[in-house]
Design a protein around this ligand. Structure first.
Ligand code: FS2
Ligand code: SF4
Length: 547
């Protein structure tokens, strides 16, 4: 196997034997075969579009299944076998539709014509052969290979956002058309390094569209988040835990658990759901937040006295102490777990009702979430006045993914050391390293504001652009520094969006992506002044101009 798509990749290079995330070589090969077939589906979809044939099922399938290959989403070989057969059926159906109006159109040998092997072992071998072919061809130019991987991983991020947005009724054909084109074009041989850089930046541009669609879906369905206090403790009674990012899944779970005597707790990236009026205010049994970031789930899930629903990433290999209480939804999968179909959560609800639930109130603390773009920009005048008076010296966006590496303590220390006249905006699961710190306020403006999930990066972008506009400066002249942590492929797509917007001086950690070659990194450093994190003291001093 060869997989280098996430920050915990083995040896900082690639997972060759077994995924550090728990992904088996078998699943890795099936994912590669599926991705290859999506390239073929892309070729057919592009050709069909030229004749006005758009197949929304194929578009949505591309995003859902690409999402399923993102880190910590789906570990189940059976899911991928089904996806592989569906990809071929969709591709061949679309081909037949196209050839009915344009019989002369034909496709070269490759992903648009490949037929599946008959057995699981042979499908796995097919995936391995495809992966080997891709790597051996691509490795002839290590920098182009690096950019191709960046594009594939960025597309996975787009696919994740597009999947969530579509579930909430938001779609855009430009996004689907680009995904097909980018996937289909991965084998192009006549492109220069500059051409591949342009495609990578286009991934960033389309990702902005994907995030905008998701923002519309979330706010259109559940209202704009408002600052909301969230208990970190529990209340006696039956309990169900929901993790991941999908607000539609959470809403349906809330509907189905209403008046059943069950309290719903969020875990990980679901914390910002409490800020949405259409969720928290409408469903009072959405009680509190339990636990911290994804990498702590094995310890935290083991102690939770009820069912655990995993809506999207990040799922870790479940331990035996709680595996029979974990339920998966949508593109998430683990062999043998009960998969929730059609958002019918009754198996998870029955499991929670059969469990003891909580008997005490636990942790008495609360945290605040809900500082998305509407809430922050609603107090923009006060913020601007505070900056002009010199009460606020600088903003830090300390956001991104969390993970298990001890070097991620950098982000905790960084926030602890931020001077008292500075404000920290945060988002995504990286915040769990400091989300419960009481940083106080500056003239009523909180010094720590949680913008939301990684899926709410659009909100952070809009806040940045609006502040730049209000101050009449470019984004790079704002008193704002971005200190980002990455782990999986949504972070890759967000980084490409920030480059597309011309945002410079980002500090990235805890390590640089293994798939970025030295030359590509040099290019990004020269163009965007992208830097790897140093020490909190050095980086703070550099950002504040005091070094
Ligand atoms: Fe965190 Fe994991 Fe949010 Fe990423 S919960 S690292 O895939 O999606 O951020
Ligand atoms: Fe390794 Fe990350 Fe790929 Fe898992 S997703 S196999 S940990 S690089």
């Amino acid at each position: 196997m060869y997989c280098s798509q996430c920050e915990q990749t083995a040896g900082g290079e690639a997972c060759y034997q077994w995924g550090a995330c728990g992904k088996s070589p078998e699943v890795d090969a099936l994912q590669d075969l599926l991705t290859h077939l999506l390239r073929g589906l892309g070729q057919v979809a592009i050709a069909a579009r030229k004749y006005g044939i758009i197949n929304r099922q194929a578009d949505r399938f591309t995003c859902e299944t690409l999402f399923s290959t993102l880190t910590n989403v789906n570990f189940d070989p059976e899911s991928f076998v089904q996806y592989i057969h569906q990809a071929i059926a969709l591709r061949d159906g679309l081909k037949a539709q196209l050839q009915a109006v344009a019989p002369e159109v034909c496709f070269p040998e490759g992903p648009a014509t490949l037929q599946p092997a008959p057995t699981l072992d042979q499908l796995v071998q097919q995936g391995r052969d495809i992966e080997y072919g891709f790597i051996s061809k691509a490795a002839k130019n290590v920098d182009i290979f690096s950019l191709k991987l960046t594009i594939i991983y960025g597309l996975k991020g787009i696919a994740a956002y597009a999947y969530h947005a579509q579930e909430l009724g938001q779609e855009d054909d430009r996004l689907y058309a680009f995904c097909h084109e980018a996937l289909a074009g991965l084998d192009s041989v006549d492109l220069t390094l500059e051409d591949w850089v342009k495609i990578a930046l286009k991934v960033g541009e389309i990702n902005l569209l994907a995030m905008e669609l998701l923002d519309s879906g979330n706010t259109g369905n559940y209202g704009h988040p408002v600052p909301t206090r969230v208990p970190l403790g529990t209340q006696p009674g039956k309990a169900i835990l929901v993790s991941g990012h999908d607000l539609k899944d959470l809403e349906e779970l809330l509907k189905q658990t209403a008046n059943q005597g069950i309290s719903v707790y969020t875990h990980g990236e679901m914390l910002p759901a409490h800020g949405y009026p259409g969720l928290k205010q409408k469903y009072p049994h959405l009680y509190g937040h339990y636990g911290t970031a994804w990498q702590n789930q094995t310890r935290e899930f083991a102690k939770f006295p009820g069912a655990i629903v995993m809506t999207t990433n990040c799922l870790m290999p479940p331990h035996n102490t709680y595996i029979d209480r974990v339920f998966t939804c949508g593109p998430v999968g683990w062999p043998g777990l009960t998969h929730i179909e059609n958002r019918d959560f009754s198996p998870a609800i029955a499991c929670s009702l059969s469990m003891p639930g909580f008997t005490d109130n636990g942790d008495p603390r609360q945290v605040t979430t809900g500082f998305a773009r509407n809430a922050v920009l609603g107090v923009a005048d006060e913020v601007i006045a505070a900056v002009k008076r010199g009460d606020i010296r600088h903003f830090f966006l300390v956001g991104g993914c969390d993970g298990a590496k001890p070097s991620r303590n950098y982000y905790t220390e960084f926030v602890e050391k931020v001077p008292e006249d500075c404000v920290v905006l945060t988002l995504a699961c990286g915040k769990f390293r400091f989300f419960d710190k009481e940083l106080g306020d500056i003239g009523g403006i909180p010094r720590l504001m949680d913008v939301g999930q990684c899926n709410d990066a659009y909100s952070a972008v809009q806040i940045t652009l609006a502040l730049a506009n209000a101050f009449g400066v470019g984004v790079n002249e704002l008193p704002l520094s971005m200190i980002l942590s990455w782990y999986e492929q949504k972070a890759v797509s967000i980084l490409l969006t920030l480059f597309h917007l011309g945002i410079k001086n980002i500090r990235l950690g805890p390590t640089l992506p293994a798939f970025i070659s030295p030359n590509v990194f040099q290019l990004l450093s020269q163009t965007y002044n992208l830097k790897e994190i140093g020490t909190p003291e050095e980086d703070l001093a550099a950002c504040l101009g005091t070094s």
